[in-house]
Design a protein around this ligand. Structure first.
Ligand code: SAM
Length: 287
């Protein structure tokens, strides 16, 4: 089987199997060899790596991964793609395909079975409708991870790597940056996919920290504060936190905390860095 990474070969395979794209599964297949090379380079794949691919489609990226990695497991929800993958990946003896919804897969167990519990790399051209649950699920479930190198919607990539103050900065930036260091590897235009998505895309690598960059006594409380701060981002932090039903803080308590930490009374959440949110959460955890 020739490489799939061009429009002719992709069309040939789709026709052979009379495959119909399913919009509900976010199916936009890569057809650009340059972008595929970029993903492999950004993920720094070597023969030492066990790679989990989420959503292999017809196997375009899987072929590149199989050639660079030690072992690859690819998880695909759409049963119609399984016979196609058997065909397109038949030349590789280091690839396993699992027909399942990745959100229901026990990835901790997979990493244990396939990689002896050592950190794995996740590489994917993600289905955009579940980008955030996939990424946050991987971080929060404590799967041993070296890095995640993923194609996502361009604006989501921008939010993940945004710094305080800008319009893209928010709860997603802080959640991602608590667990990983983001690196934007490439911007990818719609014509690199079949069918073309309506949005621009980007490849982002998230390298998992061994320990978070800030020390937090109560992670649940910190993320509660962050959510409350950005739920009402036009309000001052004092009002946003005092109004939040998931927190039990009075206006006076928040004002006292801001004063103790040396922040302005009128500060908004979008001005606070991860370190500052951690300090604020630690202040309340102490109380
Ligand atoms: N990797 C292929 C490529 O780059 O050409 C296909 C990428 S396409 C954007 C996303 C893939 O994820 C599709 O094959 C889709 O069927 C699959 N998918 C969607 N939801 C999924 C889920 N919950 N679990 C596993 N795979 C899923």
């Amino acid at each position: 089987m020739d490489k799939l990474s061009n429009p002719q070969k992709t069309i040939e395979v789709l026709k052979k199997y009379q495959f119909n794209f399913q919009k509900k599964f976010g199916q936009n297949f890569l057809i650009d060899a340059h972008v595929l090379d970029k993903i492999i380079q950004a993920a720094e794949i070597t023969r030492e790596d066990f790679v989990l691919e989420i959503g292999p489609g017809i196997g375009t990226l899987t072929q590149y991964l199989a050639e660079a990695a030690g072992q690859v497991t690819a998880v695909e929800i759409d049963g119609h793609l399984i016979p196609i993958l058997e065909d397109t990946l038949s030349a590789y003896d280091n690839v396993t395909v699992i027909n399942q919804d990745v959100l229901k897969l026990d990835i901790n167990q997979l990493a244990m079975e396939k990689n002896g519990g050592k950190p794995i790399k996740v590489v994917a051209n993600l289905p955009y409708y579940i980008t955030t649950p996939i990424i946050m699920g991987l971080f929060e479930s404590g799967v041993p991870l070296k890095s995640l190198t993923v194609m996502v919607q361009k604006e989501v990539a921008e939010r993940m790597q945004a710094r305080p103050g800008g319009k893209d900065y928010g709860a997603l930036s802080l959640a991602v940056q608590y667990y990983a260091e983001p690196y934007l590897a490439a911007n990818v235009p719609p014509n690199c996919f079949m069918p073309r998505p309506n949005v621009g895309s980007a490849v982002i690598r998230l390298t998992r920290y061994e320990t978070p960059p800030v020390a937090v006594k109560d992670e649940h409380l910190m993320f509660g504060i962050i959510r409350a701060a950005f739920n009402q981002r036009r309000k001052t932090l004092v009002n946003a936190l005092a109004n939040a039903s998931e927190l039990s803080m009075t206006k006076e308590q928040v004002l006292a905390a801001l004063e103790a930490l040396g922040y302005s009374k009128t500060i908004r959440g979008e001005a606070l860095s991860l370190k500052e949110f951690a300090e604020l959460a630690n202040y309340f955890a102490k109380e």
